[in-house]
Design a protein around this ligand. Structure first.
Ligand code: BDP
Length: 587
């Protein structure tokens, strides 16, 4: 279940447990140092750190501060990938499944204030047909030929399976460990457990506050950005009216934020929110009643040293690069990101499409029909965690499932999730699932979403190197989508590009080809009014598992992995600057 983001104020206290912990692979005798939060995978030259599949153990001492006496004390994990077992002084106190959402474990009855104990976290990085993201199980390579039928290769694959190879069914490195912050938190015993806020453009803020262990009256004060009280109210459920409301507008508009200060007995929580409305009307996506055109590259949580580890400096740098690009959005491909990133996007006006970790459900025999209940739980937890963020404007149920091999079965799987997302979200945001390049005329899922998001690689994975034919083929497909009368976003398109590789004749992998590829696609997109967004793949180069298609990772970044622009970054900077000024793609 979702938990409120930890807050330090006059009633609540937080102790950050970041730093150097003890670490070992299960079965090792010795402990070694590891930084938390961060993926463990790039913290040592030992190949096991990249290749190991199984349980790793983290431990450290914790002390409950003496002044926390009588309070409700928890340890809160923002995310441990992909599943975790938590032990206190060697005794199991909790288990959690899923690597991208927070969970907390109450310690109040286990430890006294002033007491010290050993906290152990067992993190399991194994992925399979029962996890999200999905693992391939066995030695199937994600990319590249498996040379089926060659006896020696088959024998080699069998040996790999025996050795416990664990390959992802997705194209990003399977970074794992304690990748997000861990904190001790203290609240009063009677505390505010959850807050839901929805605000209309007229300034009517509907709220609901859940408390635990207290019958005290709830007071709600709404503060403007300068800290002045502009509305107030009492009761666990109700509405407050803000006079002369300022709207949360996406960048380059002003993303105005209010704060709801909730007071209940001895507890206090301050929840920021924005006044903004999202709606799909015909083939348009409206934010605050105005057509919004999505333009910004998809991201990954990925950087040198930290892997997928939360890094405030990296997040700020990335968002400033979005501003530099004149980009206004990204999709959290392919999992919910760290909470700090959404807070930053609220503040900076960057629009977010929030995605579950349902990626890798692409091959027929891997189609995770038995994942539905767990998938729904993850969706529910993601919405519970992120529903108050004004930056989040759409939910993505997942990335590139196979929807055309068994179209009816796929519909049966995805439809209930679509309906659940609408039911679970008090703001009733639009819902989508991102479509793979497939036999689109057979698909029933993608075209039934509120907004159609499609990933297309014309001129790269197919019709490679031939951009004239790529344009022809893409236009044919766009003709088909035009008849569906839905808003369409090109949610991925890109070309691997080695920074510094050039060619006067634009050939694949050169910086010139990447620009020519994007110019060709822009030409097709700009002809269609129902196309309401373009999200190049990817913002920056990123790490993947090894394979013959990946030279040091995926190189489709507009930026290198260390965030230096390739020529294509300059291309988009010019294109999107014009869009910001005109509201159109008139370049
Ligand atoms: C798409 C996937 C994305 C990959 C990309 C690529 O959604 O995760 O990284 O292709 O191949 O199919 O670069």
């Amino acid at each position: 279940m979702g938990t409120l983001y930890p807050q330090n104020n006059s009633f609540r206290m937080v102790q950050d447990l970041g730093g150097v912990w003890d670490f070992r692979f299960r079965g090792d005798a010795d402990w070694q140092p590891i930084a938390v939060p961060a993926s463990y995978n790039d913290q040592s030259p030992d190949p096991r750190f990249r290749n190991y599949a199984g349980i790793t153990e983290y431990r450290r001492k914790i002390t409950i501060p003496g002044r926390w006496k009588g309070m409700r004390v928890c340890v809160r994990f923002d995310a441990v990938a992909h599943s975790a077992r938590i032990l206190l002084n060697g005794r199991e106190i909790a288990r959690h499944r899923g690597g991208f959402l927070p969970f907390e474990v109450e310690l109040s009855d286990l430890l006294e204030a002033g007491e010290t104990a050993e906290l152990t976290v067992e993190a399991d990085n194994r992925i399979s047909h029962d996890t999200l993201p999905v693992g391939t199980e066995g030695a199937t390579a994600f990319f590249g030929s498996d040379n089926p039928g060659i006896p020696s290769v088959e024998a080699g694959k069998k040996l790999q399976e025996e050795r416990g190879i664990n390959r992802p069914a997705f194209d990003f490195f399977n970074y794992t460990g304690i990748q997000r912050p861990v904190r001790l938190t203290a609240t009063p015993r009677g505390y505010i457990r959850d807050i839901t806020l929805t605000a209309s453009l007229e300034g009517n803020v509907r709220y609901e506050v859940e408390t635990s262990g207290t019958e005290s009256e709830v007071q709600v004060e709404v503060l403007d950005a300068a800290g002045n009280t502009v509305a107030s109210c009492t009761g666990r459920k109700g509405s407050a009216v803000i006079p002369d409301p300022q709207l949360w507008e996406p960048w380059p508009g002003k993303p105005y934020l209010y704060t709801a200060r909730i007071i209940c007995g001895e507890d206090l929580y301050e929840q920021t929110f924005g006044i903004r409305e999202v709606r799909v009307e015909g083939t348009q996506f409206l934010i605050n009643g105005k057509p919004f055109r999505f333009h910004g590259p998809c991201k990954h949580e990925d950087s040198p040293f930290h892997g997928r580890g939360t890094d405030a400096c990296l997040n700020v740098t990335d968002i400033n690069l979005y501003h530099w690009l004149h980009a206004n959005c990204f999709r959290t491909s392919h999992y919910p990101y760290a909470e700090e990133m959404y807070q930053l996007c609220d503040r900076e006006g960057i629009v977010v499409v929030d995605e579950t970790p349902a990626v890798g459900m692409w091959a027929d025999e891997h189609y995770g029909w038995n994942l539905a209940a767990y998938h729904r739980q993850v969706l529910q937890d993601m919405i519970a965690r992120d529903r108050n963020h004004p930056c989040v404007v759409m939910w993505s149920l997942g990335n590139e499932p196979d929807t055309d091999t068994l179209p009816e079965k796929a519909y049966e799987y995805w439809r209930p999730l679509y309906e659940a997302a609408h039911r679970l979200d008090p703001q009733n945001r639009p819902v989508t699932v991102v479509g793979c390049q497939n036999r689109y005329e057979r698909d029933r899922v993608i075209c039934s979403m509120d907004v159609v998001l499609i990933n297309r690689y014309y001129g790269w994975y197919n019709l490679s190197g031939d951009l004239e034919t790529a344009k022809y083929a893409f236009r044919l497909e766009l003709d088909w989508w035009e008849k569906q009368h839905k808003p369409v976003i090109l949610s991925e398109y890109g070309a691997d590009t080695i920074a510094g590789l050039h060619g006067a004749a634009p050939e694949m992998f050169t910086e010139e080809y990447q620009v020519a590829f994007y110019e060709a696609m822009s030409e097709c997109l700009d002809e269609r009014g129902f196309v309401i967004g373009e999200m190049p793949w990817n913002f920056a180069d990123f790490s993947t598992c090894q394979g013959p298609m990946r030279a040091g990772g995926n190189r489709k970044g507009l930026f290198t992995r260390d965030r230096n622009p390739k020529m294509a970054a300059h291309y988009f900077r010019n294109r999107w600057k014009t869009m910001d000024q005109n509201g159109t793609a008139d370049v």
